[in-house]
Design a binder for this molecule. Sequence first.
Ligand code: NAD
Length: 279
Amino acid sequence: RLFSGKALALAMESDQKVRAEALPRNPALAVVLVGDDPASRVYVRNKVRACERTSVRSIEITLPYETTEETVLAEVARLNADPEVDGILVQLPLPEHVDASKVVSAIDPAKDVDGFHTTSAGSLLQGLPGFRPCTPAGVMEILKAAEIDPAGKQALVIGRSMIVGKPMALMLLDADATVTIAHSRTPNLPELCRQADIVVAAAGKADLVKAYMVKEGAVVIDVGTNRLPSGRLVGDVAPDVVDRASVMTPVPGGVGPMTIAMLIENTIRSAEGRLGKAH
Ligand code: NAD
């Protein structure tokens, strides 16, 4: 019942490597990290390693915490203008004195492999081609690989952030599910959860989804990543939910690796488009 996102990501990577190597030059992903947030460093390292495994060139740009907004914007402008760069990712959060929305808006939408630019968000809303945010895109790949068609199903998305909940709800809607979005002010989460055929939990609250809330045979996708005081990483879904679910993703090893796989996918597609090999 546990669906390994890690195994699916590895399978995608072998195909991605072949595609990356078939291009006239290696696809290139620029990763901009400002400051030394330890969690961000780990995320960046994992992305760089995935690039190495798939023959994507990673360009790491590490700037000190004190870097001004102007300098970050100038760096983004330089990467926008570089024809050898296919994807630009600015690792969030940025220091407080740097306006993250301004920086994300400065990225050329044609290189917005994180899918956070308003142009990318607008294309998702309107059903037009464009980069999709990697985490919900990874969830859709998991559903596809597990042969779960959302059409006609009741889907519950828990969380309404710009990077997970909202785009997730739109993607499930596009796939013809009937979508409900729950958030921190939703008073009847257990009730909504019990009605759902597909639950995507992205609240960042350990044990939020408990077994009694889940319909027998439901598909449960756990996006949450929560660090317990013991240091252990857990999701938003209680472990015994697996006994009720028909499919469930583990944390770690579920959505996390697929998020990175979709980042690589977006970068390679960007390169394929730029180098005249449409996907
Ligand atoms: P966020 O803090 O921006 O948003 C959390 C959302 O959950 C909010 O919309 C909030 O309204 C909702 N929420 C909070 N408490 C709730 C409750 N009790 N009931 C219902 N809804 C509640 O977080 P985010 O960036 O969307 O990330 C969500 C979780 O997913 C975090 O744990 C994050 O670490 C994880 N995440 C994982 C990946 C991955 O690759 N695995 C990627 C992105 C985010």
